[in-house]
Each structure stands twice: as C-alpha cells, then as structure tokens.
Design a protein around this ligand. Sequence first.
Ligand code: ATP
Ligand code: MG
Length: 381
Amino acid sequence: MASPKEEEENCKMSQSKELSENKQRKKTMNKGALAPKLKLSLPPSDEASLSKFLTESGTFKDGDLLVNRHGVRIVSQSEVEAPALIQPSDNQLSLADFDAVQVIGKGNGGIVRLVQHKWTGQFFALKVIQMNIEESARKNIAQELKINQSSQCPYVVVCYQSFYDNGAVSIILEYMDGGSLADFMKKVPKIPEPCLAAICKQVLKGLWYLHHEKHIIHRDLKPSNLLINHRGEVKITDFGVSAILESTSGLANTFIGTYNYMSPERILGGNYGYRSDIWSLGLVFLECATGHFPYSPPQQGGWANVYELMETIVGQPAPRAPDDLFSPEFCSFIAACVQKEPKDRLSANELMAHPFITKYEDLEIDLASYFNSAAPLPAMS
Ligand code: ATP
Ligand code: MG
C-alpha cells in the first residue's frame, strides 16, 4: 500500500501529456467535429463569393441572418460574431433548441442525455424523468424546479431550465464531463486521502450553500449525485429532485432511489433535518476511501431485501473508518458525520474547519490531474 507521502505525490503528479492531449481534443471538438457540415458543390467563382458567408461549422451568415440545417434565425450583430453563451437566467430555452448527442446515464427515475445547443454549440445534460401526475402535483413540481434553477453556487450543478411535457419532467443541466463519483469509483479501486479531502471540501461548500443559503435538505446525497469535470470541480446535483419524487410518490406509492445512504432517523420515518445529509456524506466518503459500501450483508450473496439493509442501518452501530488503514484525522472526520444521533453530527460549516479538510490545504491538490490521470475525460465543455 502506498505511504501517505506517495499518495500525496500521486495526487499532485502533473499529467501534462494527457492534459495537452485533452486540450488538443477539445480544440478539435470546438472546431466543429460535432457540428453540422453542409456539403456544397459549386463553380469555383460562386464558391469564392459564398465563402465569405459560410462559417467553419457550415452555417451561413449575412448581416443579422443566420442559416443552417436547423433553419433560419435573426440575430443581433454582436451575436453573429460569437453567439452569446447561454446563462441560467436566460430562461428562454426550448427542447427544440437541442440536438441529442448520446445517452450518458440512466437512473431509477429516468434517463440522462448529452445534448448540444443548436445555435451556440454549448453542451448540456438533459435529464428526463417520467412521471404521470395530477394537475395539482404539477404546481409543486414547478415550484421545486424554480428553487433548483435559482441556485447560484459553483459547487452545485446549474439547472438552466425545466419543462413539464406530456407526463415527463425534462431538466436542462450543466454538463459535467467526468460523470459522477459513482462512475469514477468504477475506474479506481479507492481514492487517496489527500484527494478525498479536496473533493470533500467542495462537497461541503455545496452542502453549506444548500443548507444555510437555500434551506434545502438534499435527501439523496450519494456517489451518483456528486458530479466531476476535467477542471477538477466537484458539484452536487439532484437536490430538490428527490423532494419532488417524494411529494409525488404518495400518488404512485413507490419510493424511487436507494436506501444505502439514508440516515437511521429517516428510515425510521421520524423528523429529519440537515444533519441527515451529513450522515449520507460520511458514508459516501468512507466508501470512496475503502472502495466498498460500509455495511456488509449478514450472509454471502448480498442483501436478502431492502428491509434487511434498513434494519442493519437502524439496529447496528454506525460504521467507522479502520484506524490501522487511515489517518486519525480521516477517522475523526467520518466519526463526526456517521453518528446515529443527528445531534452528535457536525454541521457542514463545522466540518469545513475539521483537521481532515484543513490538513492538506497547503498541498494545493490538483484534482484536475488526478481525475484525468485516473480516467481520461472526454473534455467537451
Ligand atoms: P437515481 O435515479 O437513483 O437518483 P442516479 O443519480 O444514478 O440514480 P441520474 O440522476 O438519472 O440517476 O443520473 C444517472 C447518471 O447520469 C449519473 O450517474 C451520471 O453518470 C450521469 N449524469 C447525471 N447528470 C449529469 C450531468 N449533469 N452531467 C453529466 N453526467 C450526468
Ligand atoms: Mg442523480
């Protein structure tokens, strides 16, 4: 096993070759590898006169007129030079503005696709959740999605717009090109402590924002709801979504999601608050450090059913980080999160000052290199 010093070095190792390859790939993509191309065959004289109207991506532009295979659009002169990037506040997107590129993920609730905005070329993730709900519940959902959209925090995935259409909720999200921490954990056996501290610091900032600024309990913090990108950023996603699913699940009488990271008080059906998210956070980071889910089933072959898992979480002592494998700071951090009594857990704010988080601050851990070296990212955003 690598010493903490070696782990620090691994983390900091500059993967300049891969980074420059990624940059090169990014350049190629930006040049329109995915952009539509028009095939023209014209006499040379006509081609010369046309070329001044034809952009690299195959779009004609003349003054404030823009034409490509998607149709005709009138734009302002400044937009002709470089179409302004879409901002969350624009609020004028429509599903018809996007081309589907590929499916990037599937959850219990729906499907996530990489999509490209037709006019700006920007990439987004489009999440579609199927739900057949009554008119009254739609109002709730619209309200929840508005909260989602108004979030302005670099540690929370931006929600650009959401639509309810024909029994499905579609959400246009910031695209995170590294996928989720769950995807990442399929590529590495475990995450070394210094990198975990750097990841955790960002998650805590996002959680602090949700709890203290937005007064939102995430309710579904788990590895697949922590997204990463090639810049080394880590962001929380799907807050509010679980509240929507819960508020509508009464109608369908089904809980969609996993109980793995659910706090004992929530499983017991009592009151729960922000500290319920802290329990989940502790389990997630314990899993990333050890490479396996902290609870193991009583028999070989996995959990007999979901109730067995729930009984274990409620009935057994809280899991701990083994002190022969991890630093005292890490063990203490996990113990500060994974306490069966919510009042014994620290808040996101308090955890930000915990020695495990501050320990590696001087090292300036380069998560971009770490994410790229462990599993090269496509670098599209
Ligand atoms: P559940 O449905 O139980 O919440 P989940 O979180 O895995 O599970 P989704 O939220 O639908 O389900 O996400 C599925 C996968 O899609 C994620 O694991 C991730 O790989 C990918 N994904 C989701 N959102 C984005 C995004 N904004 N950018 C890039 N990839 C994403
Ligand atoms: Mg999710």
